[in-house]
Ligand binder design. Structure first.
Ligand code: HEC
Length: 208
């Protein structure tokens, strides 16, 4: 009798331990799996087993699979539900803008072709002023005359009203902010595309 009891306990323990074996694609036996598995599609994974969750839930879908099956069969690539982007897709930022592709040495081309997409409203020029005072004023000076506080130590800051600069286009200013020029470094990492165009609008008002 005792032997039978021991055998029973031993076998139960062995079964219990065996059910803990998880690894790779096998998650082992899960306790309360409906706490881990979402019924909705998960973008980065798929549960491809049609019977997944059948033992624990009574929900069955019309096409015969159990609750946890969540595979979008149209997109089984890499076992992700997420659709792959079509080839040659170009990422845009949250404003819908394409990446800037002109090289640093394309200033003349940028100056001639780029158009400011923003309107010349008082609100936009006003935002440009605030941004200018944050990012440019300390070198270029409050009126763009090249006499900011840093310009004392950082020689070569030009006057926006000089003959060479007074008629530059907004595209020119945008390109210089984005790529830098000569002694001036690129400000692309600090200033968003939209804000650069706002600053360009404001710089034009300083040249008047
Ligand atoms: C660290 C100082 C410094 C800061 C900050 C700075 N600049 Fe400049 N900027 C310069 C210097 C120096 C030059 C002259 C570059 C050269 O030709 O070598 C220059 C040149 C320019 C030019 C003329 C480019 C040309 O074609 O000759 C423009 C336009 C300009 N900056 C706009 C801006 C704007 C807008 C900002 C703010 C986003 C800004 N800069 C921030 C130092 C600075």
């Amino acid at each position: 009798m005792r032997f039978v009891k021991n055998l029973f306990v031993g076998m139960s323990a062995a079964m219990l331990l065996a059910s803990c074996g998880a690894g790779g694609d096998n998650q082992g036996t899960e306790y309360a799996p409906n706490m881990y598995h979402s019924v909705a599609y998960e973008p980065y994974s798929q549960i491809v087993d049609e019977d997944a969750g059948r033992w624990v839930t009574s929900i069955e879908y019309p096409d015969g699979h159990a609750e946890f099956f969540n595979s979008n069969k149209l997109n089984g690539k890499h076992r992700m539900n997420m659709r792959e982007l079509p080839p040659n897709t170009v990422p845009r930022n949250k404003h819908g803008w394409l990446p800037y592709r002109l090289g640093k040495d394309s200033l003349a081309f940028a100056a001639a072709t780029l158009k400011n997409p923003l309107d010349s409203t008082a609100a936009i020029v006003g935002e440009g002023k605030v941004l200018y005072e944050t990012y440019c004023d300390h070198c270029h000076g409050p009126k763009g005359e090249g006499n900011g506080k840093v310009a004392d130590k950082y020689a070569g800051v030009p006057n926006y009203k000089s003959d060479a600069l007074k008629s530059i286009s907004e595209g020119h200013i945008f390109h210089v902010i984005t790529m830098g020029k000569g002694l001036m470094w690129s400000h692309a990492s600090q200033i968003s595309v939209e804000d650069r165009w706002k600053i360009a609008k404001y710089v034009k008002t300083l040249q008047k």
